[in-house]
Design a protein around this ligand. Structure first.
Ligand code: ADP
Ligand code: MG
Ligand code: MG
Length: 906
């Protein structure tokens, strides 16, 4: 089998291109593409993602032997273009070995730089370049990275700092210097020896001296890193399948650490936090790759504008800024001009915001990576709308560019302006990822997770973050770091997650051991409250009040664009006028599910409700229901008014009655007194209501069919409120929904009660209101017999929570004991209560819609339940021809976007 496993690139040619990202990974595909469009990139080659899968199937040795010839030939290819030789002691070629999956996973997998050095080669490198300091700086970096990634030299525990950093700190302390680049050549040499010794001591492994051995070690380590804990966690969070695998790119090194005409940096063609159309980024003179993102030295700005904004944030006067912290635009104007031209070129080429890495080696600019940049939800919307207005993309593309779930960030609360003005500013950092967050301070990722699980809101405070902190960052409300810039790990990851983040707050003195942070004389402990403003970089003392977000500007424009393409409309699940109003503001065009049971829970109402449930006779129940009627009427009046002119689908009483009765003695005593019964009698009645399987018990329409007086009262309340509103000049559109039917007769009986009650009300009032009577399809038998049911029911609403429960036979309340195992073992890929099971449950829905419409062609069909706000489920609803989805108010914009995307994707 002559399968091609390696693709080369270099000197304006490449065997791959941008659309081969599945095979070459995003990094590999774009390195090839940059070559093809004339962006300067060092030559190299990419080992495919298929090989990664092969590696985990067949093992290391087999794969190395399968790869050997192609890799060796490709190394020669680089040597030819670079005019140097891998492992040569006079004219050595050094390479980097980089990971790169189909979807970008920043910092999740490992990279090794300066590979190919050993004690002899380093001397050759020093001689060739006439720069001994550079040669040994590269060597110590290589030993450090290789030791970490390939030989497993990690910190011994979470409080410990990186073992290599510890050695560096020690050497620097001996000389009383503070910066890495102040070390002498001898000290760098000393570091190499100390590093190797420490590796041998901690891991028992010798450092490999043969460059080819080093290369194989590194390639295999990159594959292995695909299965490291943090990469697995990241994939889980982002829904990236393990089968995609990572590619490995090997390329000639270019050096940003050759002196003051060399540099390395990261840049974005637009602002990844706000979406603003300004080129921005950070760089470091005389440094290498990871230095910028690792937050070791605080980097400088690329553009003058960026530098001025940064200085303002740090309250540094312009003069001081210009001399001490000049931008690249000012310090290296020619290189800056080239960089600016190329970033424009790349954005134009990809029609999207680019996140780029570059290195300047002795005055020559090289690109090392470009990708569509990760961004916040706000930036996502702004960039899509701006690119649309600039004519770079069309409307449909703009819709597709926005990820529905990411809109969630735009709906998060923001600081209340007045509260913010009054808040005490502790210090400032960089506005790395916008948003408002308050919570209790924690210092470690595992604590963040634990506290979050215990229901607390936390802010993670770190000197800097690393990929190990991922789960903690996800659990936190916000992240603060003392070091690092706008492109630090914390900043990039936080923006990707849509988490509020303030980075590089230099005034923070974090003490991990004492679990305290000192800020200008104020010491805060673990558990103390702080608030963060990710848009200004301000850190406040205590909790600052927040208020709900609004749909305005680009967000509103995007929503308008959705309406232009969508067929499926979005309603909301709401039980109160307030929720109805919130949802309306977010663009809901009706209520898809108004549950009535929540209305019974306040004091007076629950008493009347209990009285109704606990009485033995029809008369007793009627008397209690009489008391409930005015309350219910008022509730429906409020909701119908808030949704004036839009349909409001009200579900008749649904939950099992035992949920309403008092289970504690005190409650039972009160009930006994009020009803003139003994406590024992009340207890007997409560006991009689308990069921073995309440979800399959006396609930839904079974209540209305055994106690028709409940349905009668609720109908009176709904239509009474509607009549009242109509008289006042409003336009109520009530829909009355019978829940949980499995047999058409169940519906019939309820419908009769509803219609006869309606007639009475309309007659008494002398006013008629149009209304519909429909049903919920949530029992498999109802779906199977939908054709019959549609003869009577005027609409269907799919209650997919119960339908999923009964189709799978999983009790939603008991699923926790096996669901995690099922997900782990891949018996299930997703929780079917969160993501609609399109194959099984979906088939029932599709069939019910088709058969229902055969009987009643204009049958309105919708869905309520958790799935109505989940993008992939919404798209399914579009495809099977539902009229609407209904979801909680805060998911309405998400569902609107998903619905529009479904229409555009068709
Ligand atoms: P990540 O996926 O974590 O960003 P990368 O593979 O992009 O890791 O590499 C880490 C850093 O090393 C980046 O800053 C990159 O620009 C730099 N780098 C990678 N390869 C080279 C090279 N051949 N020459 C110079 N710098 C490099
Ligand atoms: Mg990496
Ligand atoms: Mg990178």
């Amino acid at each position: 089998m002559s399968e091609k496993r390696v693709y080369t690139f270099g000197n304006g040619k490449a065997e791959g291109k941008a659309d081969m990202r599945n095979l070459l990974g995003g990094k590999g595909a774009n390195l090839a593409e940059m070559n093809l469009i004339g962006v300067p990139v060092p030559p190299g080659f990419t080992i495919t993602t298929d090989v990664c899968n092969e590696y985990f199937e067949k093992g290391k040795e087999t794969v190395v032997s399968l790869l050997r010839d192609e890799v060796i030939a490709s190394v020669h290819h680089i040597e030819g273009l670079m005019n140097s030789k891998f492992g040569d002691i006079e004219n050595p070629l050094l390479v980097s070995v980089r990971s790169g999956a189909r979807a970008s996973m920043p910092g999740m997998m490992d990279t090794i730089l300066n590979l190919g050095l050993n004690d002899e080669v380093v001397r050759g490198l020093a001689k060739k370049t006439g720069n001994e300091r550079f040669a040994y700086d590269s060597y110590r970096r290589f030993v450090q990275m290789y030791g970490d990634v390939v030989l497993g030299m990690k910190p011994v525990n979470k409080e410990a700092i990186d073992p290599f950093e510890a050695i560096i700190e020690k050497v620097k302390a001996q000389r009383g210097i503070s910066l890495d680049n102040e070390m002498t050549v001898d000290e760098l040499k000393q570091l190499v020896d100390l590093f190797k010794k420490a590796i041998k001591e901690q891991t028992g492994k010798d450092f490999p001296t043969d460059p080819m051995d080093q290369l194989w070690g590194a390639i295999c380590a990159v594959f292995d890193s695909w299965m490291n804990e943090r990469a697995i966690l990241y994939r889980k969070m982002e829904g990236i399948p393990a089968e995609w695998g990572t590619a490995v790119s090997v390329m000639a090194m270019v050096f940003g650490n050759m002196g003051n005409t060399s540099a390395t940096g990261v840049c974005f063609s637009r602002d990844a936090a706000t979406g603003e159309n300004v080129f921005n980024g950070e760089y470091l003179v005389n440094a290498q790759g990871e230095d910028v993102v690792a937050g070791i030295r605080t980097p400088q700005q690329i553009t003058k504008l960026g530098s001025q904004r940064w200085a303002e944030q740090q309250q540094i006067p312009e003069e001081e800024r210009a001399t001490k912290y000049p931008s690249m635009e000012e310090a290296m104007p020619e290189i800056f001009a080239q960089l600016d031209a190329l970033q424009h070129k790349l954005e134009k080429h990809y029609h999207d915001m680019q996140d780029m890495e570059f290195t300047v080696q002795e005055g020559k600019l090289w690109f090392l990576q470009t990708r569509n940049g990760k961004r916040t939800g706000t930036a996502m919307v702004k960039i899509a709308m701006d690119l649309l207005h600039e004519g770079e993309i069309d409307e449909k593309t703009a819709l597709k560019r926005c990820e529905p779930n990411k809109l969630d960030e735009l709906l998060h609360p923001v600081f209340d302006k007045d509260a913010q003005k009054k808040a005490k500013v502790l210090t400032r950092g960089l506005p790395a990822s916008p948003g408002a967050a308050c919570g209790q301070i924690v210092f470690f990722a595992d604590d963040a997770e634990k506290w979050h699980e215990a229901g607390r809101r936390v802010i993670m405070v770190r000197i800097e973050t690393s990929p190990e902190d991922l789960a903690g960052m996800a659990a936190a409300e916000g992240i603060v770091t003392a070091r690092g810039g706008m492109t630090s790990h914390a900043a990039v990851v936080a923006r990707g997650m849509g988490k509020c983040c303030v980075s590089g707050a230099g005034a923070l003195n974090v003490d991990y051991k004492a679990r305290t942070v000192e800020i200008d004389g104020v010491t805060l402990k673990e558990g103390d409250y702080i608030s963060l403003n990710g848009s200004t970089g301000e850190i406040y003392f205590g909790e600052v009040k927040t208020k709900p977000a609004e749909v305005t500007g680009d967000f509103a424009d995007l929503m308008k664009l959705c309406d232009k393409y969508t067929r499926l409309v979005v309603r909301t699940n709401a039980d109160t006028p307030h929720d109805a109003q919130v949802a309306r503001n977010f663009g809901a065009v009706g209520i898809g599910l108004c549950r009535t049971e929540h209305m019974f829970f306040d004091n007076e109402k629950i008493k009347a409700m209990r009285e109704m449930i606990l009485s033995d006779t029809v008369e007793g129940r009627k008397k209690a229901l009489e008391k409930l009627l005015p309350y219910q009427t008022k509730d429906f009046y409020g909701i119908l008014k808030a949704m004036d002119g839009c349909p409001v689908n009200i579900r008749l009483l649904d939950p099992p009655l035992h949920e309403f009765v008092p289970h504690d003695l005190a409650g039972q005593q009160t009930m006994a007194e009020e009803m003139g019964l003994t406590v024992a009698e009340i207890q007997k009645r409560v006991d009689s209501l308990s069921e073995h399987n309440p979800m399959l018990g006396h609930r839904g329409c079974r209540l209305g069919n055994t106690y028709p007086e409940i349905t009668e009262m609720q109908t009176k309340a709904i239509l009474g409120a509607a009549v009242q509103l109509k008289k006042e000049g409003f336009n109520p559109e009530p829909e009355i929904m019978v829940p949980l039917i499995g047999i058409v007769n169940e519906f019939d009986m309820q419908e009769q009660v509803i219609r006869s009650t309606a007639n009475k009300i309309f007659e008494e009032a002398g006013v008629e209101v149009e209304f519909k009577v429909g049903t919920m399809i949530e029992i498999p038998r109802a779906a199977l017999t939908a054709g019959y049911i549609a003869k009577k029911a005027e609409y269907f609403s799919f209650g997919t929570n119960d339908l999923t429960q009964m189709t799978f036979g999983y009790s939603r309340d008991d699923i926790a004991s096996f669901l995690p195992v099922y997900l782990d073992k891949k018996i299930l890929n997703v929780d079917p209560f969160q993501v609609l099971d399109q194959t099984g449950v979906g088939q029932l829905i599709e069939m019910a819609v088709d058969n229902g419409r055969k009987t009643r062609p204009n049958l309105t069909c919708g869905i309520c339940g958790e799935h109505g706000g989940e993008p992939s489920s919404v798209k399914f609803c579009h495809r099977v021809g539902l009229n609407y989805v209904s979801c909680s108010p805060f998911r309405v914009p998400i569902a609107r976007l998903a619905a529009a995307q479904a229409a555009v994707e068709e």
